[in-house]
Design a protein around this ligand. Structure first.
Ligand code: PEP
Ligand code: MG
Length: 584
C-alpha cells in the first residue's frame, strides 16, 4: 500500500508498540485471499500476473539448472512440464477472461482457474495428463507465492525483524516462529483469548487482531506502526504519528522502569494480604521470562504446545526431559503442569484428532486423554518422574464433574503403581488439582474440592462455556464479557467451595492479567493469580496498591448490578483511583 497514512482498527490483544516492515504470512495450504476489484484495477492485476509468470519461469529455469548440475540433465527435464504450465496459452487466456468477467484479485482468479484445469486433467484416464495435473498444482502454488510477494520465507525462517501480518495465525504457527524476528503480529481475525493472542502476550510481542482484510490490503515491505494497546495498525505512518508514538513510548518506558523496580518485591495488598502471583508458560524457554518478571512460580504450564508441530507424538522420555528441564529451571519455585489440553483451537499436525463439528465441545482436553490412555499415561508418567527433581504440581483441564476426575485419578494411580514397581522415584505427595473452566465444575465445586488439593479457574473457557460464546470468534466478541454477573457468581461459588473445604484457588485465565479486574478477583478472595509473564509486573503493582477492604466493598457494591458493563465500570473506577498510569 503506498502513499497516505491509513489507520486500520482492530482489537489490541498484546500491549506495546512495534514499527517496521510488513511480512505477509500465508500458510501454503490456505486458499489465496479473495477481494473484489474495480474495472480500473484490471490492467494492474494483469501486470502483476505477467510479472509473477515471468518470475516463476525464471525460478523454474534456475531450479532446473541447479538440478542438472547436481544430478544430471535427465532428472532436470521433469521441470520442462512445469515450464509448459507457465507458458500454457489456454490456461493464461482463461485466467484473463475470468478476471474481466468476475472481477476478483488475480491470485484468487488464478487459483480458481488453475485448480479447475488440474481437476479436469486428473479426471481423464491417461497417466500423462494426470501427471500434468500435479505439475499444475505445484506451479500454481509458486505463481501465487510470487503474486503475494512471498519469498518462500516461512515464519520459522524470518531473517530480519518484521511485523507479521496474516489472515490468521494458528497456535502451531505461533509456536514455530522465530521470536527474535517478530516485532509484532496483526491478523484479520482472532480474539483476545485465542491461544495465539495468549502466546503473543507471553512473548511480549505487541499484537492486534480483528483487522478484517489487512492481510490482503497490505504488501510485503509496507511500513507500519502497530499499537497493540489500542488495537491500531498505521500503514505508512506520517512523521507526526511516529513522533506522537515516540512520546507514548517514552511514557511507557518510565512506567516500565517503575515496574522493573518491583521485580523482587512481594505481591501483597496495601493492608497486608499476600496474593500469590504466578505466570503462565507455553514452552520451556518461557521459564526465563517468568523469572525476569518477578513471578512466584509457574501457575499454568500449557504442555500441549510441545505436542504441536511435531511429526510424531513426543514419547514419555522426551516429555520427561522437557518437564524436568522446566521443573529444575524454576526450582525452588513450583510449576503447575497441566495435562494435555488438545482440541478446541489446538490441533496436532499429524491427524490424531478426528474432525468434529464443535471441537470446543467435543473430544477436547481430559476427554481426549481418557479416550487415549496410552497418550495420557505417557504424560502422567513423565510428570510423575519430573516431580522427583523439582517442585511440581499437576492439574487436569476441562473437568466437568466428579466421575471424570475419578477416572483421571485412576489412571494416575495406575502410573504411580507402575513406577513404584519399576523402582522409579517420584514425589509421593504430588499435589493434584483441577481447572475449573466448565460451568458444571463450578457448580459442583463443593464435591470436587473434597477430592483435589487445589483449583485453578480457567476463565477463558469458563466465559466461553457459560455465555455460549466461542472464544476465538471475533464476530461475537462483544458477548464475551468477563464481568457478566454469571461469571462473577461462578467464580465466587468456586472460591467459597474451595475455602470451605480447606484448599486454595487460583485464576489462570486471561482475567488474571487484566488489571482493571484485579480489584474484583482480590475482593472475591482468590488466593493466586497466574498471568502471562509480560503482565505480571502490572498485576503486582495493582495488588500492592489495592486494599482488601476496598476490594471487598467493590464485591458488595456490584451484587445488585445485573449488567457486565456496569460491573466493569465499577471495577475500572477502583483501578483508576489506584493505578491510572497503568491503564492507558
Ligand atoms: C482457560 O481456559 O482460562 C485457560 C487458562 O486454559 P486455556 O486458555 O489454555 O484454554
Ligand atoms: Mg482452558
Amino acid at each position: 500500500m503506498s502513499g497516505q497514512e491509513i489507520r486500520l482498527e482492530g482489537v489490541g490483544v498484546a500491549p506495546g508498540i512495534a514499527r517496521g516492515m510488513v511480512f505477509i504470512h500465508h500458510p501454503d495450504d490456505e486458499e489465496p485471499p479473495k477481494r473484489r476489484i474495480d474495472d480500473f484495477e484490471i490492467p494492474g492485476e494483469i501486470g502483476r500476473f505477467e510479472t509473477a509468470l515471468i518470475a516463476t519461469r525464471a525460478q523454474i529455469l534456475e531450479m532446473q539448472q541447479r538440478i542438472a548440475e547436481a544430478i544430471g540433465a535427465k532428472d532436470a527435464s521433469i521441470f520442462d512440464a512445469h515450464l509448459l504450465v507457465v507458458e500454457d496459452r489456454t490456461l493464461i487466456d482463461e485466467v484473463l477472461r475470468t478476471l474481466e468477467r468476475d472481477k476478483f484479485n488475480i491470485e484468487f482468479i488464478f487459483a480458481q482457474v488453475a485448480n479447475r484445469y488440474a481437476h479436469t486433467l486428473s479426471q481423464i484416464d491417461d497417466p500423462y495428463l494426470r501427471e500434468r495435473a500435479f505439475d499444475i498444482h505445484d506451479v500454481t502454488r509458486r505463481v501465487i507465492r510470487n503474486l503475494l510477494g512471498q519469498t518462500g520465507q516461512s515464519l520459522t525462517h524470518l531473517d530480519s525483524p518484521q511485523v507479521v501480518v496474516a489472515h490468521n495465525l494458528t497456535p502451531s504457527d505461533t509456536a514455530m516462529l522465530n521470536r527474535q524476528m517478530v516485532l509484532g503480529f496483526a491478523t484479520d481475525i482472532g480474539s483476545r483469548t485465542s491461544h495465539t493472542a495468549i502466546m503473543a502476550r507471553s512473548l511480549n510481542i505487541p499484537a492486534v487482531v480483528g483487522l478484517k482484510d489487512a492481510s490482503t490490503r497490505l504488501k510485503p515491505g509496507d511500513h507500519v506502526l502497530l499499537d497493540g494497546t489500542n488495537g491500531y495498525l498505521f500503514v505508512n505512518p506520517t512523521d507526526q504519528t511516529l513522533w506522537e508514538y515516540g512520546e507514548v513510548e517514552v511514557r511507557l518506558e518510565q512506567v516500565e522502569e517503575v515496574l522493573t523496580g518491583l521485580r523482587d518485591t512481594e505481591s501483597t495488598t496495601a493492608d497486608g494480604r499476600h496474593v500469590i502471583l504466578s505466570a503462565n508458560i507455553e514452552l520451556p524457554e518461557d521459564v526465563e521470562l517468568v523469572k525476569g518478571a518477578g513471578a512466584e512460580g509457574i501457575g499454568l504450564y500449557r504442555t500441549e504446545f510441545f505436542f504441536l508441530n511435531k511429526n510424531e507424538l513426543p514419547d514419555e522420555q522426551e516429555q520427561y526431559r522437557v518437564y524436568r528441564q522446566v521443573a529444575e529451571a524454576i526450582y525452588p519455585q513450583s510449576v503447575i503442569i497441566r495435562t494435555l489440553d488438545l482440541g478446541g483451537d489446538k490441533f496436532l499436525s499429524h491427524a490424531h484428532l478426528p474432525a468434529e463439528i464443535n471441537p470446543f465441545l467435543g473430544c477436547r482436553a481430559i476427554r481426549f486423554c481418557l479416550d487415549r490412555p496410552d497418550i495420557f499415561k505417557a504424560q502422567l508418567r513423565a510428570i510423575l518422574r519430573a516431580s522427583a527433581v523439582g517442585n511440581v504440581r499437576m492439574m487436569y483441564p476441562m473437568i466437568s464433574g466428579l466421575p471424570e476426575l475419578r477416572q483421571a485419578n485412576e489412571v494416575l494411580d495406575a502410573c504411580r503403581q507402575e513406577l513404584r514397581a519399576e523402582g522409579v522415584t517420584f514425589d509421593e505427595n504430588l499435589e493434584v488439582g483441577i481447572m475449573i473452566e466448565v460451568p458444571s465444575a463450578a457448580l459442583a465445586a463443593d464435591a470436587l474440592a473434597k477430592e483435589v488439593e487445589f483449583f485453578s479457574i480457567g476463565t477463558n473457557d469458563l466465559i466461553q462455556y457459560t455465555i455460549a460464546v466461542d472464544r476465538v470468534n471475533e464476530r461475537i466478541a462483544h458477548l464475551y464479557e468477563p464481568t457478566h454477573p454469571a461469571i462473577v457468581r461462578l467464580i465466587e461459588l468456586t472460591v467459597q467451595a474451595a475455602h470451605s473445604n480447606g484448599i486454595w484457588v487460583g485464576v489462570c485465565g486471561e482475567m488474571a492479567g487484566e488489571i482493571s479486574l484485579t480489584p474484583l478477583l482480590v475482593g472475591l478472595g482468590v488466593d493466586e493469580l497466574s498471568a502471562s509473564p509480560g503482565l505480571v509486573p502490572r498485576v503486582k503493582k495493582a495488588v500492592q496498591t489495592l486494599s482488601t477492604k476496598e476490594c471487598l466493598r467493590l464485591v458488595e457494591d456490584i451484587r445488585s448490578l445485573n449488567s457486565a458493563s456496569e460491573i466493569l465500570k465499577r471495577c475500572e473506577d477502583v483501578a483508576r483511583r489506584h493505578y491510572a498510569e497503568l491503564l492507558s
